[in-house]
Design a protein around this ligand. Structure first.
Ligand code: ADP
Ligand code: TYD
Length: 205
């Protein structure tokens, strides 16, 4: 099974991925965690370029194509072989991040984004996508616990940008059957249980 986690920065994705990984492993499954952008030697190099605070003059189109390049490598080098070996793949962000951030957030036409996804990932699309939703103000509060020098290039973006990203995710959730909207304001353990329930329901179909 291929599971992706989406949401604005600080929504709680990494926290839930760690819990889900332990749960799936405790049931005797093999699990691989994928980090977007990154996850292969080549993709990690692309990640460094993308998040470098020095690259403040990067154009949105360059940004999107770099994310897609990183993902194209990851899909072929890691995700497809894992899925072939019946390993659970959990991805911390996947193509929907590009649709939400570069499409709805930055304003690159969605149809163009979807066409590039076709090339980059083909039919390697998650079975379930958990969109962990929190209000922007809460994300800000959580981000204040991280000192501002440690924020990466994209995490420094304005609130208005994050509103567009969040609304973009909500639109995607409306049209894509694989999306599950998770209330990120719930307690960490409540969210974890909701996620497990969704996965078990999916597997019993
Ligand atoms: P992301 O991977 O989406 O950026 P993290 O899992 O790193 O988010 O969580 C960001 C911060 O919010 C961390 O300090 C984490 O402990 C906290 N956090 C995560 N989930 C919750 C929750 N449900 N309620 C309150 N705080 C949370
Ligand atoms: P990262 O630190 O991996 O994310 P997180 O804050 O969730 O731990 O940083 C990735 C940043 O890149 C994050 O701000 C979201 C952004 N991003 C895009 O804009 N487009 C994409 O396609 C992906 C995968 C990430």
């Amino acid at each position: 099974m291929f599971i992706s986690f989406e949401g604005i920065d600080f929504s709680g994705k990494s926290t839930q991925i760690d819990l889900l990984k332990d749960y799936l492993k405790s049931k005797g499954n093999k699990v691989e965690i994928i980090r977007e952008p990154g996850g292969t030697e080549i993709s990690e190099k692309v990640r460094t370029i993308l998040l470098d605070k020095e690259n403040s003059n990067m154009f949105w189109e360059t940004e999107f194509l770099l994310f897609s390049a990183s993902r194209a490598q990851l899909v072929r080098e890691k995700i497809r072989p894992y899925l072939r070996d019946r390993i659970y793949v959990i991805s911390d962000r996947f193509h929907d991040s590009s649709t939400a951030y570069q499409g709805f957030g930055r304003g690159i036409p969605i149809q163009v984004i979807l066409n590039i996804h076709k090339l980059a990932i083909g039919d390697t699309i998650p079975d379930i996508t958990f969109f962990i939703d929190i209000p922007i103000e809460v994300a800000q509060q959580r981000s204040r616990n991280k000192s501002s020098e440690n924020l990466d290039r994209i995490e420094r973006s304005e609130d208005e940008f994050y509103e567009k990203v969040r609304n973009g995710y909500l639109q995607l959730a409306d049209t894509e059957k694989r999306f599950r909207i998770i209330d990120g304001m719930d307690d960490i353990n409540v969210i974890h249980k909701n996620i497990i329930n969704e996965i078990e329901t999916f597997e019993q179909r």
